[in-house]
Design a protein around this ligand. Structure first.
Ligand SMILES: Cc1ncc(COP(=O)(O)O)c(C=O)c1O
Length: 507
């Protein structure tokens, strides 16, 4: 039975309906109604509430029911009693309201890819809610040929620790403040200019360098500054998913640029598809030192052709030099940035591969005319890269630790690469083709066999070996027999054992 009743407040009356047949007790129902009235402001702080006798009469319930709900509200602080003058709505919110919601509530509210109902996202937001992964799934297996992972246990942690302590011990409180500008710590930018000049033949001044949180942030800032919805971007196919994702999120139309064993096919860029694209071709994204994922190196003549094409068409070249430091045997080819005559290249690199990925420090070299706007975009994104890491890194470079570490890692990765190639040749013979140059931290291979990629990776996982199918990196058409093996973080023994297990399950 429903009991309609009226709450006669000192300022405002409102209806209260209680259900005698509900499984919730009457006093709990009344408690809920009054609490809700307080929270929504129908009952104002400090307002006097009717006596238990008056309210029980107007609601048609027992006085005990009202007393029980008042007592609960009093104990939780929604009401307060003043001896002799009555009961009033509390003036301050009870603590319970200030508590955060249980985690389950947030979990339940999380957006799923196909679920665009609750909150309308921007076109940027909507473009990143689909279910396609940002990176191919990497199973956690005992032997994992993960891509792009340096040998972390070889990092000279004691030097790094010493430099961190040096800065904290100096008691210089300015370290804790916002930086003067967003472009990055000047001594670090100077150190990077010196390093890039001799290692990569990059020509720039420190004013052109913006310190970013890894190469991924460089890509993000580039897309924001140069891409309008509908503009076209030429992107290597196969290519780095993080770049593809950033450009798509910004609303770009992607034009796949084919890649062969020498990297991007520059001649293909002269076709109508590229130059007459609807939104106008704005950028071409390339990884010339070590094409991701094929491992090809763009030879000098193609570099010069690409630069000439960019100058003629006005299309900006985005040069991602993510792991150029690792070349074994042959001399590196100068970066496109250093070969360019004008402002046709935006160059970036990262310490994620050379040192460690959690550092989140990279550098972007902008043409002089764009340096200021990049610094402003960096400010809008996150104001600055953390200062302690920048100062420590500047010292690490100046004291020669970067060069030393690099030399050691080059020798180590070269050895690991050779171990991988030998193991593949021993166990697979002519069933395997090794692609790419003698460079980098991963290897792309073609494996002849009857199984499709998913079956190969599934069987490998069951045997405790993680490897990634190259299919994920293709935009248009992919082969079904290409795989990527990262070797930098694996010992020779694990490399050999991993390949042995692969050969066994793929017999
Ligand atoms: C080709 C390429 N570019 C950029 C990045 C991003 O590097 P960072 O960790 O510095 O953001 C990666 C990371 O694996 C990469 O493979």
């Amino acid at each position: 039975m429903i009991l309609p009743g009226l709450f006669r407040g000192s300022k405002m009356d409102f209806a209260i309906t209680l259900d005698q047949h509900s499984t919730t007790s009457l006093h709990k129902q009344l408690y809920d109604e009054l609490r809700q009235a307080i929270l929504t402001g129908r009952l104002k702080p400090g307002e006097r509430v009717p006596s238990t006798r008056t309210l029980s009469q107007s609601l048609g319930v027992s006085r005990t029911t009202v007393t029980q709900s008042y007592e609960q509200l009093l104990s939780e602080g929604y009401l307060r009693a003043s001896t002799g003058s009555g009961t009033f709505v509390g003036c301050e919110l009870p603590d319970e309201l200030l508590k955060s919601k249980p985690v389950e509530t947030f979990r339940a509210a999380e957006m799923r890819p196909d679920d665009k109902r609750q909150i309308e996202l921007s076109s940027y937001g909507a473009s990143i809610t689909d279910s396609a992964p940002f990176e191919p799934p990497e199973p956690e297996t005992p032997i994992n040929f993960k891509c792009g992972r340096p040998a972390l246990e070889e990092f000279p942690l004691q030097q790094w620790r010493r430099l961190i302590l040096k800065h904290y011990r100096a008691n210089d409180h300015s370290l804790l403040d916002y930086a003067d500008g967003s472009q990055g710590y000047e001594p670090l930018r100077e150190a990077i200019v010196g390093y890039l000049r001799h290692a990569r033949a990059v020509t720039c001044a420190a004013d052109q360098v913006v310190i970013v949180n890894g190469a991924q942030q460089a890509l993000d800032l580039i897309a924001k500054l140069l891409i309008d919805r509908g503009a076209s971007v030429a992107i290597e196919d196969p290519g780095y998913l993080g770049a593809r994702r950033v450009f798509l999120a910004q609303g770009a139309e992607l034009l796949p640029a084919p890649v062969d064993e020498s990297g991007i096919i520059v001649d293909a860029l002269t076709s109508k598809t590229f130059l007459k694209s609807k939104g106008g071709l704005k950028l071409v994204y390339v990884t010339p030192s070590h094409q991701f994922p094929t491992g090809a190196t763009l030879p000098l003549p193609r570099r010069l052709d690409l630069l000439a094409w960019a100058e003629k068409t006005g299309v900006m070249i985005i040069e991602d030099d993510y792991d150029s430091e690792f070349r074994y045997g042959s001399r590196p080819i100068p970066a496109l940035q250093g070969l360019a005559n004008g402002d046709s290249v935006i160059y970036f690199g990262t310490f994620s591969k050379v040192l460690f990925p959690a550092l989140r420090v990279g550098y972007l070299v902008a043409p002089p005319s764009l340096a200021r706007v990049f610094a402003r975009a960096k400010w809008l994104a996150d104001r600055q890269t953390p200062m302690i890491e920048q100062r420590v890194l500047a010292d690490f470079i100046k004291e020669g630790h970067l060069e030393r570490h690099l030399r050691r890692m080059r020798t180590l990765y070269d050895k690991r690469r050779q171990a991988l190639v030998r193991a593949l040749e021993t166990h697979f013979g002519d069933r395997v083709t090794i692609l790419g140059e003698n460079a980098g931290m991963s290897l792309m291979i073609r494996l002849r066999g009857r199984l499709d990629d998913d079956e190969v990776t599934r069987r490998a996982r069951l045997a405790g070996v993680g490897l990634v199918s190259a299919r994920h990196y293709y935009l248009v058409e992919s082969r079904r027999d290409e795989f990527l093996l990262g070797y930098a973080g694996l010992s020779d023994r694990r490399i050999q054992e991993g390949v042995r297990r692969l050969a066994k399950i793929l017999k």
